[in-house]
Design a binder for this molecule. Structure first.
Ligand code: AMP
Length: 601
């Protein structure tokens, strides 16, 4: 529907009502502006319990407090196995399993603040291990199981992994080749599938240890500022950045689960993200459980038919997914939805990449509901800007700031000594600038692990600078414009070009490599590499395949380039940096912009 919204010079702005009319359930926020002005993080804190012994611990807020009360037998996680099996895990059982895991860590001597890595698919052991790790006051670091050995090695070495939970297959394929490079790794716990009973030298059997451990555990007092989570994200240079989040992040997860995702106590919620990425921990584990709902975990990968069946059979009421998946469903068409009845479905949300207006409208055609886009990033730990149920959706907009979050569009300028950055707020509507947030919300990252300078660079003039370009319209809706840097977004995952270039350079034929994101109608971008060869090597299809195979083996399929082009030499600045911006402009046939720093070739 088209409406004219007052205050905008361009007159017509498309809006879609944010909530189905006449639904029995009412949204948690009915008046965004009034709610926002009355909100404080202190008042939100009252919805959490706090530990009986003092402090705040994610595992208590997500599991133990429900297990000790009326929700003990409510299903916390409904796990859908690839092969069709279903496992319901109640809050009481989740408490017991996570207590056992916490005892296992304690017996192994893994201490508070030490990092426990989890490299598995979406299986129950992942959830039990994460919750038990928080109980032991150790730090959870989940890794995406489709990573190849090199991204895994880099992340485990940077975080000095003390213990690892993985599966026999992932251990053999991805850990054994790098094991000698992980001297700090003391314990490998293998989660076996039934029937997978061979023991592997140098590893422990998770099920056996859990079976032997006590089901009683009381969480020691936890400082709300203690580290709880380590998530790696990508930059354009150097190693991946380890963003550290603390226990009180649960406050943001709980509040945004309720206010943005509109979670109500009886909801069946499905977040399709993998916990190897921040959305899968913040909204696949913490937010739904702290709100006491039933959370669906599907072990299988995307398949439109399977997804619609899950929505119908499990009566999903709130669904949180991503633009790439929505675009894949759009491509499949509506046929697999025919005949399905989804009366329980009440609220749809999306995150991770720009959500095209067509995708928002397609939600209305397919499900009678719009997708509510929201924006955040690994560093923010939780949703910061969102389309709220009480607000009309403006297709293509990320929405408005979450209560408790101050967002602005700013212009930054480097002072001549290149250290101080001055920040000016852009007040005029519709003008593009960098998206900035006022620091201090509970789930804000507290450091980049071991990199204080890199962390300090994210803040200036009293703002956290997100690295995203955006604009705000006259009514306060934020619109995403693009990234300020060269980081690539593919199928919702951030990929650092430097990490890919470094692996390409290991190939004996490669002299130089430059990596860009090439626009793609479904994945948003795909990783494309430009390669200059060493003397003695000539371009050929066979060589291309060989370089591609090397990249896949080392990086895994999600990170490796999908396309490689050979070039005589790559454009570089006078200081020798490969100009990815120029490679991209040339690839897309766009103007080359300022080339004053280009080295003459
Ligand atoms: P990550 O840290 O991997 O979660 O990626 C965060 C980045 O993804 C942001 O800085 C944005 O560039 C992009 N992003 C996340 N959500 C949105 C959204 N709703 N619209 C546009 N870009 C998004």
């Amino acid at each position: 529907m088209l409406e004219t919204v007052s205050g905008t010079a361009t007159a017509a702005v498309e809006t879609i009502p944010g909530y189905p009319a006449g639904h029995a359930v009412r949204p948690n926020i009915s008046d965004y502006a009034a709610f926002r002005s009355g909100f404080s993080w202190d008042s939100a804190r009252r919805e959490l319990d706090g530990l009986p012994a003092g402090g705040l611990n994610i595992a208590h807020e997500t599991v133990d407090r429900h297990a000790a009360g009326a929700r003990a037998n409510r299903v916390a996680l409904r796990w859908l196995g690839k092969n069709g099996s279903i496992q319901d895990i109640s809050y009481a059982r989740l408490r017991e399993g996570s207590n056992r895991f916490a005892n296992v860590l304690r017996q192994l001597g893994v201490g508070a603040g030490e990092r426990v890595y989890i490299l598995t698919g979406r299986i129950p052991a992942l959830y039990i291990a994460a919750l038990g790790t928080w109980k032991n006051r150790s730090v959870v670091c989940t890794l995406f199981s489709a990573f190849g050995p090199e991204p895994i090695r880099a992340r485990m070495a940077l975080g000095d992994a003390r213990a690892l939970v993985t599966t026999p297959m992932l251990y053999q394929r991805k850990i054994l080749p790098i094991l000698s490079q992980l001297p700090g790794l003391r314990h490998v716990l293998l989660a076996r599938e039934p029937g997978e009973d061979e023991s592997v030298a140098g590893t422990l059997d998770l099920a056996q240890l859990l079976g032997e451990a006590s089901e009683q555990f009381s969480i020691a007092p936890t400082d709300p500022e203690e580290a709880a989570l380590l998530h790696f994200t990508s930059g354009t240079t150097g190693t991946p950045k380890g963003a550290v989040h603390v226990h009180q992040a649960v406050l943001t997860h709980h509040a945004t689960g309720k206010l943005v995702l509109d979670l109500h106590p009886e909801d069946i919620f499905w977040c399709t993200a993998d916990p190897g990425w921040v959305t899968g921990t913040s909204y696949g584990i913490i937010a739904p459980l702290s709100n006491g709902v039933t959370s669906i975990v599907d072990e299988a990968d995307f398949d439109a038919e399977r997804w619609y069946r899950i929505l119908e059979e499990h009566k999903v009421s709130v669904w949180y997914t991503a633009p790439t998946a929505i675009r894949m469903m759009m491509k499949t068409g509506l046929a697999p939805l025919a005949g399905r009845k989804l009366p329980a479905l009440r609220y749809l949300a999306s995150v991770g990449e720009p959500l095209n207006p067509e995708a928002v409208r397609w939600g209305v055609t397919a499900f009678g509901l719009p997708f509510h886009d929201n924006w955040w990033q690994t560093e923010t730990g939780g949703i910061m800007i969102a389309n709220f149920p009480a607000l009309d959706v403006r297709p293509g907009s990320m929405g408005m700031p979450v209560p408790g979050i101050e967002a602005a569009i700013v212009r930054t300028s480097k002072a001549c000594d290149s250290v101080d950055v001055s920040v000016a707020i852009v007040e005029e509507p519709g003008v593009e600038g960098e998206l900035a947030l006022r620091p201090g919300w509970p789930s804000m990252f507290r450091e980049y692990l071991n990199e204080p300078e890199r962390y300090a660079k994210c803040f200036a003039g009293g703002w956290y600078l997100t690295g995203d370009l955006a604009r705000r319209d006259a009514d306060g809706y934020f619109w995403f414009v693009g990234r300020k840097d060269d980081v690539i977004k593919t199928s919702g995952h951030l990929i650092g070009p430097f990490e890919v270039e470094s692996v390409l350079m290991e190939h004996p034929a490669v002299a130089e490599a430059g990596v860009i994101g090439k626009p793609d109608p479904v994945a948003l971008e795909v990783v494309k590499a430009f390669v200059a060869l060493r003397s003695g090597y000539a371009p050929s299809d066979a060589l291309k395949k060989d370089i591609m195979a090397h990249a896949r083996k080392r990086l895994g399929a999600v990170v490796a380039p999908k396309e490689i082009d050979f070039q005589q030499s790559l454009p570089k600045t006078r200081s020798g940096k490969i100009m990815r911006r120029l490679l991209k402009a040339r690839e897309l046939g766009l103007p080359e912009g300022d080339v004053s720093t280009l080295e003459s070739m």
